[in-house]
Design a protein around this ligand. Structure first.
Ligand code: GCW
Length: 702
């Protein structure tokens, strides 16, 4: 009787519309509403048999127990071993089908067995089992074998010591450096849980524009406190380093990587780090990029710098992750100068010169996390150097936290691009997962979108981007829809129509965003510095390649950047097959057209429209799609938590205002060059170009 009352109470609590602040992410574990469904799960989850004392196995059993308690409303006992049936059994034993972190989940002799070679595999299998229940899958005859395709699946935090986050839009840093190491915010653990649940196993806690503070004992002890919280969740801590740290911290007179004293300094520092954090992951380095110090300051190469750090790490398990995001201002006298080519020109010649412990981390595209970019030409071009993928989860160029933009389609588009380096099917994904060039190390990083906002990511829907990054890092073959469907069921609703509508909103959102900001291959025309709002009229900046005109090249003849042989020749960095796809403006797929060609305003496109009409059409339909998205969101109101519903609805209203802003700015500005009218079926912007121009100025005021 007592049990029944408790159950009813739990059911009541879960049905009652309580305000959900989004804190629990996709780990809600609310009671399953359907009693029959609950009972059917309960029948096969009567116990959790755990015969290991390993720390991460313990984490797994605690997570499973508390997850099942929430979902099924009952406490499932954890027992040492069992001869009975109807329970879940953790089995740590050699399985040749599994790699170090893989797992299998199978029905065996009346139990559900989670099998893995290591404790981490057990943890990931546990979260998969919970996810199956959360998304309403049947567990009878369950049979899953899953291995992560990439070794290091990491978040990169651009968090600064003073609590700000570079390009972070969800409040301040999660890490309270001044309170550490004594005071441990409970959020650190929840952060680790969320990451572990999607297979993320490494985190770089500080900004790549790195402060030397992190190399001091004072700060290393703080970092150790975080590492201690993350370890039971299988997460390793990495640090971004300032290449000039030895000199800044007054240990040496120079930071030249070939100087013996500098090398000795890094060795001693690395020894110190490992004495404090024995499973330290390694170093992430931004060098000679955007003013950061690096080996080139001393006439040395990126390989010299990276190899020095690799040598210091030699006695340990750690690795060096060296970023390829570099670009010098192109020389004024070089008519072929193009930022697109800089990283390739710097790094490609170094292939084969890096130490075995070095991974070179490359952004998905050649410019900088634009709403759409062609894949970076370095992918496929460095067969002897493990290349890691760097995606940006934080929406620096994709509408901050006022725009609903689901990034899985962007990630997938890049991963599925074919480099053709070893013939057809040589996808970027195969470069990154190591299968194409047989890399001995593999890694994928996402620049985090987390912050101190209660819901972690500012825009509630941006949680889906953190989630999708982790899921794709584990298995890049999952589809965007599948990931969206899972996420919606775990965080918002199980009601079929609602799931369908929100999954549709998510999967279409990125293309919509491209349409009302940078359609047809336009790029880098946003407000300079802040990277917010449109500023296509920016002709000059501190560096030429920070100005919009450098990228769109609009004139009275047409628009777009010629990167073919006749232009900057950036296209020549790709294999012949890729060049063939993008060489001829008449055959270049429209999403990439203006990336590679300067196209006449009156040129007829495959849509039947002239370039000018098509450009206008994209800006107008892009805006229309935001309006549609708002309608669709309103249609799911009855099935969504009120607080979440209102918050997302509010942000969608902002998004519509911003879409109008982008549209007005771009059609009014480019019309000055095209000298053609906005197609008659579209209403004219209600304001002048001057008025829109002022807007971005406001946002740039101090
Ligand atoms: O996208 C640009 C950002 C910088 C960032 C840089 C990088 C951390 O605007 O803020 O600096 O890229 O990736 O290093």
């Amino acid at each position: 009787m007592f049990k029944k009352i408790i159950c009813l109470l739990l059911l009541f609590l879960s049905i009652k519309t309580f305000a959900d602040d989004g804190y629990r992410l996709w780990l809600k574990y609310d009671l399953i509403k359907n009693q029959k469904e609950r009972e059917s799960y309960a029948r096969i989850t009567k116990f959790i048999a755990v015969n290991s004392q390993l720390e991460i196995v313990k984490t797994a059993s605690i997570e499973l127990q508390s997850g099942l308690k929430g979902l099924l409303g009952k406490t499932v006992p954890v027992i040492a071993s069992s001869k009975s049936t109807g329970g879940i059994v953790f089995q740590l034993s050699l399985n040749k089908d599994l790699n170090e972190e893989g797992y299998s989940i199978t029905s065996q002799n009346g139990n559900i067995v989670i099998n893995a070679n290591t404790e981490k595999g057990i943890l990931y299998g546990t979260f998969e089992l919970l996810r199956s229940i959360q998304t309403g899958k049947s567990l009878s005859n369950i049979s899953i074998v899953s291995n992560p395709k990439i070794q290091y699946r990491m978040l990169n935090h651009w968090d600064n010591p003073l609590g700000t986050i570079e390009r972070g839009y969800a409040g301040s840093s999660l890490w309270k450096w001044y309170e550490l190491p004594e005071n441990i915010d409970p959020r650190y653990k929840d952060y680790a849980r969320a990451n572990a649940s999607i297979g993320i196993n490494a985190t770089v806690v500080n900004n790549v524009n790195a402060s030397a503070r992190f190399m001091t004992k004072e700060y290393l002890l703080k970092v150790k406190a975080l590492a201690d919280v993350f370890r039971p969740y299988g997460i390793k801590v990495f640090l971004s380093i300032n290449f000039a740290a030895p000199k800044i911290l007054k240990g040496t007179k120079t930071s030249d990587p070939l100087d013996p004293q500098v090398r000795a300094w890094w060795q001693a520092k690395t020894n110190e780090i490992y004495s404090i954090i024995p499973d330290f992951g390694g170093y992430l380095v931004k060098a000679n990029s955007e003013g950061e110090p690096g080996p080139q300051d001393f006439g040395r190469t990126h390989a010299d710098g990276a190899n020095m750090l690799a040598e210091a790490l030699k006695p340990y398990t750690g690795v060096v992750i060296w970023r390829a995001f570099v670009y010098k201002p192109s020389s004024k006298d070089d008519p072929k100068g193009d930022r697109y080519k800089e990283a390739y020109n710097d790094f490609k010649p170094l292939d084969g010169q890096f130490d075995k412990k070095v991974i070179v981390q490359v952004k998905n595209g050649p410019i900088d996390f634009q709403p759409r970019e062609p894949f970076h030409p370095l992918f496929g071009a460095m067969p002897k150097t493990p290349l890691a993928m760097e995606f940006q989860i934080t929406q620096e160029y994709l509408g901050f936290t006022t725009n609903l933009v689901y990034l899985a389609p962007l990630f997938k588009e890049c991963l599925e691009s074919d480099t053709y380096v070893n013939g057809k099917g040589s996808t970027v994904a195969k470069v990154v997962d190591g299968s194409l060039h047989d890399y001995h190390l593999t890694a994928i990083a996402g620049v985090a979108n987390t912050g101190s906002d209660r819901n972690w990511t500012g825009h509630f829907m941006s949680q889906a981007n953190w989630y999708a990054f982790g899921r794709l890092a584990w298995n890049h073959e999952l589809s965007s829809e599948q990931i969206a469907d899972e996420w919606v069921k775990m965080t918002l609703s199980h009601e079929p129509k609602t799931v369908k509508t929100i999954t549709k909103i998510l999967t279409e959102s990125r293309e919509n965003y491209v349409n009302f900001t940078t359609p047809l291959g336009l790029h880098h025309i946003m407000g300079q510095g802040i990277h917010f709002g449109p500023e296509p009229w920016l002709m000059k900046s501190d560096r030429p390649d920070w100005a919009s005109a450098y990228y769109h090249r609009a004139d009275t003849l047409g628009i777009g950047c010629d990167r073919t042989k006749k232009g900057s020749e950036a296209l020549l960095l790709y294999t012949q097959e890729v060049q063939n796809q993008w060489n001829d403006p008449a055959k270049t797929p429209l999403p990439y057209l203006l990336w590679f060609h300067h196209v006449g305003w009156k040129t007829k496109l495959s849509t039947g429209n002239t370039l000018w009409d098509e450009l206008c059409t994209r800006y107008y339909t892009g805006l229309q799609s935001v309006k549609d998205m708002r309608k669709e969101w309103n249609s799911v109101k009855p099935n969504i938590d009120k607080e979440i519903f209102e918050d997302v609805a509010g942000r969608l209203a902002v998004q519509e205002r911003e879409a109008i802003w982008w549209r007005d700015a771009c059609v009014l500005y480019f019309r000055q060059y095209s000298k053609m009218p906005i197609p008659a079926q579209f209403p004219k912007p209600e304001r002048s170009l001057e008025e829109v121009t002022k807007l971005v100025e406001i946002y740039q005021l101090r």
